[in-house]
Design a protein around this ligand. Structure first.
Ligand code: 4FV
Length: 235
């Protein structure tokens, strides 16, 4: 069972995704426990302030270190048994770009604490002293770290054994083996004259497997030659 704690100033943003579909079922199955914490509950400030003006001037606001330290330390205090397998992850554009390999590695941890930034950013001392890792979901700037945290929770949860109905679906999917997924078809076999490739209707699973591999490589070479290069490098 994996535990995920999310620290955010917008806890309600998570309700819809945690109470639907696979994430809802995964929690009900006890495969993952997800706790969302309002950062403002960890401020000592009577106005529950979590940000302040940047030293050195400049536009925008910076998130204070103290509430984040207090939140993370309080959560760690509540979870002594996962001490050695807890990772504090800061979601930020400066982080390592999330990919399936990182998702597989993080899915093996017992306990993740996700810190969602806002405003211009977070006080550097959080990055230096509290965060074990920094993850970015892509080279673009969002209004907050909440959506990145949701993306991370979603791609991790489905890798936890028993969360997805059919674990085989994890084997032949995009980025497994550094290949994009092959084309999928379902009924009807002929839609507006667009026919399903005959090999898929042949029942010859060796031929179907070979066709799918060929199509996956063709698609990857065309759309993501960088993945092919990774694949060759990893050999
Ligand atoms: C982001 C990303 C991201 C930066 C300023 C929140 C925003 C604001 N996080 N991958 N891309 N964060 O844009 O993770 O604080």
């Amino acid at each position: 069972m994996m535990r995920i704690d999310i620290i955010t100033i917008f806890p309600k943003m998570f309700e819809p995704i945690l109470n639907e579909s696979i994430l809802k079922r995964a929690q009900h199955k006890g495969k993952v426990k997800i706790y969302v914490h309002d950062l403002r509950d960890y401020t000592l400030d009577k106005h529950r302030k979590v940000d302040d003006r940047p030293f050195g001037g400049g536009s925008g606001m910076v998130m204070n270190a103290e509430p984040i330290f207090r939140a993370v330390e309080s959560i760690k205090h509540q979870t002594p048994n996962t001490k050695h397998r807890t990772k504090v992850i800061l979601l930020c554009p400066q982080g390592e770009r999330l990919n399936q390999k990182i998702a597989r590695r993080l899915a093996r941890y017992k306990h993740l604490i996700l810190v969602c930034g806002h405003y211009e950013g977070i006080d550097e001392r959080v990055r230096q002293k509290l965060a074990d890792e920094e993850i970015s979901i892509g080279d673009y700037v969002l209004t907050g770290g909440e959506l990145p945290a949701m993306v991370l929770v979603d791609c991790l949860a489905r890798l936890i054994p028993g969360v997805l109905g059919d674990k085989n679906s994890l084997i032949s999917e995009s980025f497994e083996d550094n290949l994009l997924e092959y084309p999928h078809y379902t009924r009807p076999a002929d839609y507006r004259g667009m026919k399903v490739p005959a090999v898929l209707l042949s029942g010859d699973h060796r031929k179907i497997g070979a066709w799918r591999k060929k199509e996956a490589i063709k698609r990857t070479k065309k759309r993501r030659p960088d993945l092919i290069r990774c694949k060759i490098r990893e050999r």
